[in-house]
Design a binder for this molecule. Sequence first.
Ligand code: ZN
Length: 240
Amino acid sequence: MEIKSNGVLLKSIDYNESDRLLTIFTAEKGKLTAGIRGVRKKGARLAFASQPFCFAEYILVQKGDKYTVKTAYLYDGFYPLRTDITRYYAASAALSVCLSLLGEEEKADGIFVALVQALKSLAYGEGDPAEPLTEFLLSTLQAAGYGIRLDGCGYCEEDLGEKPYFDFSGGCFCCENCAKGVRASLSTYHFLRKCSGLSYEEEKIAGGARRALKLLKTFLSARLDFNATCLEEFLRLYEG
Ligand SMILES: [Zn+2]
């Protein structure tokens, strides 16, 4: 049976002499594994389709529960990601979240759209790369049922005040009176609100991007078997 599917390549592993095993995040069937033959030969026509970030229409042949890529038509390889190491690691961090979050063949359209959007912004946008990455992480957490609440104190629903806390188990910020979890900064809160499309206070945001991503890293690691290497590498380059 032949299947047409729009997909983003999350991961590629070499096997045999010239083949690869691909993990593709497809819009239609979620994450799946497919073999692709001969792509490591010099001048292979489908070499592009086995490169991470490749966004293409993949034509797959299904036999039982195994898939093979018959051919692929490129939409976007997000090539500029390969020329900017910081943006490359931000995009790789987005792929690693998909790898750990998505179940095999579980449809996840919302996350698929968010991923393509993040790769576009990271490859072609000129703004701070921490923003599209944070937007992606927030919308992905939301879609996976681990959304972070950003509407004041998560317990008493009052204003956060000047000394907020973040409660990792509740996935919310809280005020000094409720004081659950760990001390957090207002810059983290305002940066996360900005990346969620909510109103925020520009003068309180300085340093928020780095702190927000560190907080998201801890939050993700507590919930998923998440390989944080790319996100850590991004933070190292971003701070440097
Ligand atoms: Zn409170």
